[in-house]
Design a protein around this ligand. Structure first.
Ligand code: ADP
Length: 577
């Protein structure tokens, strides 16, 4: 496949068109060419000679060249468009070939986001090439016009211009690589920050919270902001150097001519010629130097970055917003709580008080208790979503906050399904999962029927049209597919019927890792290896049989469950206990 870089190089190498364009740009610079001469004649042959009419006539000549210049500029723009439009077509062909190969190959993917991104990149390349061409052409034309003008008026002025110009261009050429590098750094830093910010404050926010990844995301954002600040500072230093270069090339010649005015007049340069030369410097040369030195860095860097991307990423593109973290699966999945105390407000009663709890790797723990007993609070504490005021929570021996968020997943009762394809929803915590792994997860939790009904995992989801149970199944499959070693289901199956719930819990138990289920059915509690009963006092830990034997609250709870015919239910705290 032709690389984007070579397509751009081929366009820039079209000598004939470029030659023609330079001619049109020169026509556009005719007013500049005439300006100094007209001013010189207007002064020497007109106003200074007492012939106001003649002076005005010379200025009229200058005014008459303006339409010619406008016509030249128009032709230049049209010529640039003619040169650059085919560039877009060639680039699109080049990159779409790549996209087609991918989407028809054995690992075919439909990636509309990638196509949109490519189109955007191609447009950017076209615009920046056009902008750069216009910049360089108008610079060349203005320089030629100004230098020819000065030469025709007062050749003695030329050395006063040439030396600073050469110094300025030398410095500019030497700094160009650095300018492009810094511009590129700023561009990339901007993009990286925007990308992360859009994930953080966009539709992924809820998942970030659900994964307990706020601190991690805040740190990542902080790092990207610092990166952008550093890039901005470095760019500012480059800009300061650029101002010096512009001053040397554009302002120093004017200063030198003014300083040498007496010397020039003594050597036969007329007042008019002096003013005319200054006109060339101020109106022609100065703006040309300033625009090319000051204006070439950003589009050049943009071009380099975008062309590189087209070459690196022909038709594939990066995946869309990634989940916050992707790191290896930890070996240890134990959870250890020591002296954990948590209250929502400083003055409020502790919801969890001085709790010690050991959950071994691979354990299956059910948390039960009346409504308001603190089950959800504990669930959030376990995955690090809430931070205790006292005590420690460790995963595999490490403080929970330091464990990657994708290793501790909490699925709350309110299933979060976002707009996008089913595939994107399922892979949210693990985009790199293979098709077989994804299929295993959907089969395990019993999602296959819904997948078939929707017409496959590429189906676009409309979350509002899914039932609460279907949404729960999707988030459960997402958690099952993840690499998390601790899965906490906080009534995450409450909208499923008992059979579906049993299947899901069985799937998670078989999946490996540590499972904590905030149970809302007796069957769910009975499936667990151990049960933690929270009833507002000291929590009790034991098997179903032990708790039936020892805890009146648990017996009451089981009574409620049975009374409610295995329906999902909420409890009132038993009275009189
Ligand atoms: P459960 O899951 O067992 O129903 P919760 O953990 O949701 O219990 O709630 C435990 C206690 O904490 C309740 O009294 C509840 O009102 C209180 N609580 C829960 N969330 C908050 C919150 N965000 N702010 C203040 N109090 C809360």
């Amino acid at each position: 496949m032709t690389s984007a870089r070579s397509v751009v190089a081929a366009t820039m190498g079209r000598r004939r068109e470029l030659g023609l364009l330079t001619l049109w740009a020169l026509v556009g610079a005719v007013p500049t060419l005439v300006s100094g001469q007209a001013v010189a004649h207007a002064l020497d042959d007109g106003f200074l000679a007492g012939k106001t009419g003649s002076g005005l006539a010379w200025l009229g000549v200058l005014a008459a060249t303006v339409p010619l210049g406008a016509w030249g500029a128009r032709r230049t723009y049209l010529g640039v468009a003619r040169l650059v439009e085919p560039l877009r077509d060639d680039l699109v062909r080049s990159v779409v070939e790549g996209a087609l190969v991918r989407s028809t190959g054995p690992d075919a993917v439909t990636n509309t986001a990638a196509v949109a991104r490519l189109t955007q990149h191609v447009e950017l390349v076209r615009d920046t090439v056009a902008g750069l061409l216009l910049l360089v052409l108008s610079f060349v034309a203005a320089m030629i016009a100004a230098l020819v003008g000065v030469l025709s008026l007062a050749p003695l002025v030329l050395p006063l211009i040439a030396v600073p110009l050469l110094v300025s261009f030398g410095a500019f050429a030497a700094s160009l690589r650095e300018v492009a590098r810094q511009q590129r750094r700023v561009l990339l830093a901007d993009e990286r920050l925007a990308e992360l910010a859009s994930i953080t404050v966009g539709p992924g926010l809820r998942d970030i919270v659900a994964c307990g990844a706020e601190d991690e995301m805040a740190d990542a954002l902080d790092a990207r902001i610092n990166e952008q600040v550093a890039a901005g500072k470095a760019m500012a230093r480059v800009a300061a150097v650029r101002i010096v270069i512009v001053s040397v090339g554009a302002r120093l010649p004017v200063l030198l001519v003014l300083v040498a005015a007496r010397w020039l007049l003594d050597r036969g340069v007329s007042e008019g010629a002096l003013l005319g030369a200054l006109t060339y410097l101020i109106q022609g040369l100065g703006p040309a130097v300033a625009s090319v030195v000051g204006g070439i860095g950003a589009p050049l860097a943009q071009l380099l970055v975008t062309v590189d991307r087209l070459d690196e990423d022909p038709g594939g593109g990066q995946a869309d917003p990634q989940p916050p973290t992707r790191i290896a699966v930890p070996e240890e999945a134990s959870v250890v709580l020591r002296g954990v105390t948590f209250r929502y407000r400083t003055a409020a009663e502790a919801v969890v008080s001085q709790l010690d709890l050991d959950i071994a790797p691979g354990d299956h723990l059910a948390v039960v208790g009346p409504s308001g007993a603190g089950k959800s609070t504990l669930a959030a504490l376990l995955v690090g979503l809430l931070e205790p005021q006292a005590g420690t929570i460790r995963h595999g021996g490490r403080p929970v906050a330091s464990v990657a968020a994708t290793h501790r997943v909490l699925i709350p009762q309110q299933a979060y399904v976002f707009r996008g394809t089913l595939d994107e929803n399922l892979r949210y915590l693990r985009p790199e999962a293979s098709a077989a792994e994804l299929a295993r997860a959907t089969a395990a939790v019993g999602l296959d029927e819904l997948v078939d009904r929707l017409g496959g995992t590429d189906a676009e989801l409309e979350p509002g049209r899914l039932s609460a149970g279907e949404r729960q199944l999707i988030t459960l499959a997402r958690a099952h597919l993840s690499t998390a070693r601790l899965i906490v289901l906080d009534e995450a199956t409450c909208h499923l019927d008992p059979t579906a719930e049993a299947r899901v819990e069985g799937a998670f138990a078989a999946r490996g890792g540590t499972l904590v289920v905030v149970a809302h059915r007796i069957s769910s509690a009975q499936r667990a290896r151990r049960i933690l009963l929270m009833d507002g006092g000291d929590p009790l830990l034991g098997t179903h049989e032990e708790l039936i034997r020892e805890s009146p609250v648990y017996r009451d709870l089981v009574g409620h469950w049975l009374d409610h015919d295995r329906e999902p239910m909420t409890f009132r705290a038993p009275t009189g206990l």
